[in-house]
Write a protein of this length. Sequence first.
Length: 219
Amino acid sequence: MTPLPPWALGPFELLVHAEGHLQSGDDFDRRIALISFDNAIEVAIATYLTLNPIQRGNRPYPTADVEKWLNNYHTKLDFVEAELLSRKLAWQVEKSHILWAHDHRNEQYHGGHKGTPEKRVLDITRKAALWVFGLLFDVADPEAALEEAILANAPPTVPPAEDAFDVAIDGRYGIVEVGDQKYYTSELLFAVDPAAYRDLGGRLSAEPDPNAPKSGGQG
């Protein structure tokens, strides 16, 4: 995938932050996701309007119009409307729907309502945030860019414990007492340092078993 231009990284990080919370799935995370996706719309527009024209396809805008559009959330969407007319494009998410979701965001951020956002509200705000970002920063597939970033940020998958390693480690080191709790050494090492667990388990399990019967006999 084509790397994002550096001036798009700030707005994109808000999308990544929002998506991470959305995927976490609990009530608090869904509230943060709604706020962050909504913020991503506003930041993407503000960032775009303050770029040098060469960084936005050589599109110039009168200074007075830029100042007017930057005034608040509603006027930023007025800019999107003007931009769509200029490019002869249609709203992919209706303006009235974006504003409706924004009102829900305001309830989470400023109002007294702290309930869990409905899925349809999150869906609208997320879709609008990705669309606005892609429109302004010429990203053909913002969904794919977001998915790639989420995967890159995910912690590495830890391979599961192995019976042979457990037997080898515990056969050598037995049980460890920590405070008033007792643990198998393999269990404790795997929890603290999976890489060290695999290294030690691999070495010990490859050693010959000293209790194995000797081969050969009297001739």
